[in-house]
Design a protein around this ligand. Structure first.
Ligand SMILES: [Fe+2]
Length: 186
């Protein structure tokens, strides 16, 4: 029942924007693959995969005129969009079984150089699993853009742009294009 509820939530997020359909599922798979290369323990792997499925759950609270807008967001719209990690953390906060996923969801848009959001954490201040998910999220955006012939969505263009600047948004030694960590990180 719990698994079904989580997957239904993830499906609800992906259904909001058809240009990113199945994004959550692909991020889950990529994050899990990275975690296995890192030889993370079972509980970390599970948190990564659930976190991957639910990382954008806060977009449920982002209105359509912002979420689906193809043109550049204005300052106010950007602030609304950038609230989705906090909204997501608030949505799952009451679910005690997802306590390990909460910092992943809240931190998946933090940048290694401190210019991310919502908390502008820098370097190792960002939870390790959130850094892994950030990398998986960016990698999915890049590969999805390459896979689809149509014009990539605004969100994908932005994520791909972030990921094409190695060392700025994700852990430097996980730099693209492989997006794979070189080994376990403390
Ligand atoms: Fe996100």
């Amino acid at each position: 029942m719990f698994t079904q509820t989580i997957t239904a939530l993830a499906g609800a997020v992906d259904a909001r924007d058809t240009s990113t359909a199945l994004h959550s599922w692909r991020v889950k798979e990529i994050a899990g693959d990275i975690g296995r290369v890192m030889r993370l323990g079972d509980s970390d792997l599970e948190a990564l995969e659930w976190g991957g499925l639910l990382h954008d759950v806060g977009k449920i609270g982002v209105p359509d005129h912002v979420l689906l807008k193809q043109e550049r967001l204005n300052r106010e719209e950007r602030m609304i969009m950038n609230s989705h990690p906090v909204l997501g953390a608030q949505i799952i906060a009451p679910v005690t079984r997802l306590s390990r996923e909460l910092p992943i969801i809240r931190g998946h848009h933090e940048w290694f150089n401190g210019s991310g959001y919502p908390d502008r954490l820098i370097g190792d201040e960002i939870p390790l699993l959130a850094r892994v998910l950030h990398c998986a999220d960016a990698f999915e955006a890049m590969t999805a853009t390459a896979r689809t012939a149509r014009r990539p969505s605004r969100a994908r263009r932005r994520s791909a742009s972030c990921a094409s600047t190695p060392g700025s948004s994700s852990t430097p030694r996980w730099s693209t294009p492989s997006c794979a960590p070189s080994g376990p990180t403390a």
